[in-house]
Structures are given as C-alpha cells and as structure tokens.
Design a protein around this ligand. Structure first.
Ligand SMILES: Nc1ncnc2c1ncn2[C@@H]1O[C@H](COP(=O)(O)OP(=O)(O)OP(=O)(O)O)[C@@H](O)[C@H]1O
Ligand SMILES: [Mg+2]
Length: 344
C-alpha cells in the first residue's frame, strides 16, 4: 500500500510543487493521475519512487517510510517498481534488446530466462521488429514503448508510468492502457499520469486530479459517497429479519428498543455491526515468519531489519542467504542507478 500523510514538496528553487497531500493507494489499485502542466504530477510520482525527497509529512510504501529512507536503500525500494519515466531514460549505447535485458540482469535473472522473456515483452509492446535498434534510431513513441517494456519485464509489484502514452497515436495509447489493465488484473498496482481525458473516461478507473500542487478530485472518495446515497435511498424500504439480527448482537439486553428505532438508524447500526463482526484475518506465512525470526533479526542493524520484513522466510539459514543475495543485488542496482544518473 502507498499512503501519503500531510505531504508537501518544495523544490530548493522555492516552487511549492505539492501541498498537504493525503491519500491511500491500495495494492492492486489502478489509478490515473491527471492535471495541467506543472500541477505536480511528476513530482507526486518522484516522491513515491524516492527520486525526490519530501519536505513535510510522510509517505509509506509497503511499510517503508520514505522520510527515513537512506539513499543506499533506494534500489531496494525500486526493485518493487517498474517505472516509465516521462523522458524515457534509455541507455543510448545499448540496443533495444539490451536496454530491457539489462533490467533483468540487474535482478539476477538467468540468461535462459532473459532470452525468452525479453523478446516476449518486446512483442507485447509491438516492438518485435526493433530488437536490434539503438534508441536514437527509434521514434519517440517507440522509445516510450521500450521504456514500458523495461518497466514490465521484471513483473514488478507496482508500475509507475509518467505519461506512457504521451508520444503514441490514439490506437496505440488504447492498446497500452489495455495491456496495463490486463497486468492490473493479475494484482499489480498501476499508477499512470496522463493528459488523455478520453482514455481516462473510457477505462472508468480511479482518477486523482492535481491542481497547483493540491488534490482537487479523487473519484474514490466520490464513489464512497455514492454508496452512502444508495444506503440512504434504501431507508424507506422495510427492514428484514436477516438485516435485523446483527443489531441484536449490539444490544442484546434490549432488542425491543432497537426494533423501535427509526429505520435509518437501524440501517446504520446494521452496517456498524457488520464491520464489528468481521472475522480476524488469519496471519499470512510472511507475518508468522516475521514473528519467528525476531530473535535473529535483533542482531542486525535496524535499517536492515526493515528490509528483512519484506524478504523473510521461515528458515533462518535461508534468511542469511537472502541477506547475502540482497546485498549483491543492491550493488548491482547501484550500478544501474549510476548509469541512469549519468544519462540525466
Ligand atoms: N527539479 C526541480 N526543481 C525546481 N522546480 C521543479 C523541479 N521539478 C519540477 N519543478 C516545478 O514543480 C512544479 C511541478 O512540476 P511537475 O514536474 O511535478 O509537474 P507536472 O504536473 O508533471 O507537469 P507536466 O504535465 O508538464 O509534466 C512546476 O512548477 C515545476 O516547474
Ligand atoms: Mg510531468
């Protein structure tokens, strides 16, 4: 889950890019971010991917607090994410194939996997015939799709795309959003900045509108009130025994009194009772594992401990191997970051 709590971002130049942002994006959500040029959309994404530091408030991404995130830990966060940058950020000296393969090599994928996966993903984004081209031999739209392929190739938990359809024709835009929609159905969280209002309307997903650094619209909140409206419109219908029974749990001593309440209130209480009686979720394997290895983890630095919560398994020997592999991967990720930095 991604949570923004009273987040503001001021650039050193004095620009107040974002002001007091509060929102939640759940795992598996599909969100469009819209707003005029300079509204703060890219800044919003850059805070999530730790490319910029927030000025005030807190952002929590899958339990990681961004205000506390050290630079050397950024690659660990980025491994969860597939990012399509507004300016593509391809490596000019590499072919299309190698640009995408590089992202897989950085997470330690085998050559065999890379050889089958990269051509598959490139075909998926309609670039099967451009595998050997270099970025400067491609159109803007094609470069954008290489960037999209690179973001998809490692099956990330979250895809963050800054105008992934900004340089392609309407038909291709549609295909790209369709593709992301399909990926979303497998459980991947998708956050897309776009200017294409027709596309946004057509797909009917959650839309967050940013204007001058503030959220001025969030369809998720509107939908909630629509639910309330539905609830209100059902007030004048007769209440059934089934609906009434949870109420008796609330006030077992005097159910008669409850039955005498106005129907509206009964519905409200009914809803509350349902919420209260929701069964506690069984602990996941990972949650149990976290409890079990607490003792081992105590010996490790606090920062590393946070990392472990995301990589932990039941077997302590495995944990040690994971720590070693993780360290190696971080080093490789740092290499990628330095290449990307050098291209800026
Ligand atoms: N690195 C930076 N340093 C200083 N100011 C910046 C920086 N990046 C962005 N800004 C400013 O912050 C504000 C928000 O910029 P941002 O890039 O987030 O807008 P945007 O909504 O993505 O716009 P666009 O649709 O044109 O991409 C703008 O006023 C911009 O000039
Ligand atoms: Mg932008």
């Amino acid at each position: 889950m991604i949570e923004f709590k009273n987040v503001s971002k001021d650039y050193p130049s004095g620009t107040h890019a974002l002001h007091n942002i509060n929102l939640k994006i759940n795992n598996g959500d599909f969100v469009f971010i819209v707003g005029s040029s300079g509204a703060g959309k890219s800044t919003f994404l850059k805070l999530i991917m730790a490319e910029e530091k927030l000025t005030k408030g807190e952002i929590v991404v899958d339990g990681i607090r961004m205000s506390k995130l050290k630079r050397r830990k950024v690659p660990f966060l980025r491994r969860k994410m597939g990012i399509v940058f507004q300016d593509f950020r391809l490596i000019e000296k590499m072919t299309v194939y190698d640009n995408v393969a590089f992202a897989m090599r950085c997470v330690g994928a085998s050559n065999k996997t890379i050889k089958t996966r990269v051509p598959y993903i490139l075909k998926l984004v309609g670039l099967g015939s451009k595998i050997k081209s270099k970025p400067n031999q491609l159109s803007g739209g094609e470069q954008q799709r290489v960037s999209l392929a690179r973001a998809l190739v490692n099956n990330p938990e979250i895809i963050i795309a800054d105008e992934p359809t900004g340089n392609v024709d309407p038909e291709m835009s549609h295909e790209i959003i369709d593709l992301l929609s399909e990926i979303n159905k497998q459980g991947t969280t998708i956050i897309i900045v776009t200017h294409e209002h027709d596309l946004v309307k057509e797909f009917g997903k959650r839309v967050i509108e940013i204007h001058k650094g503030k959220i001025i619209h969030d369809t998720k909140l509107e939908r909630k009130s629509a639910e309330d409206i539905e609830l209100m419109s059902s007030y004048d219908q007769e209440i059934s025994d089934d609906e009434l029974s949870p109420l008796l749990k609330i006030d077992q001593e005097s159910p008669e009194e409850v039955q005498e309440l106005p129907v509206q209130k009964l519905r409200m209480l009914n809803k509350m009772a349902e919420e209260q009686t929701e069964p506690e979720k069984p602990k996941t394997k990972v949650e149990k594992a976290v409890e079990n290895i607490d003792k081992i983890v105590e010996e490790i630095e606090t920062d590393d401990r946070e990392d472990l919560i995301h990589t932990v398994t039941l077997d302590p020997a495995k944990i040690k191997r994971i720590i070693a592999a993780d360290r190696e991967k971080k080093e490789k990720d740092a290499q990628v970051d330095s290449v990307i930095d050098s291209l800026r």
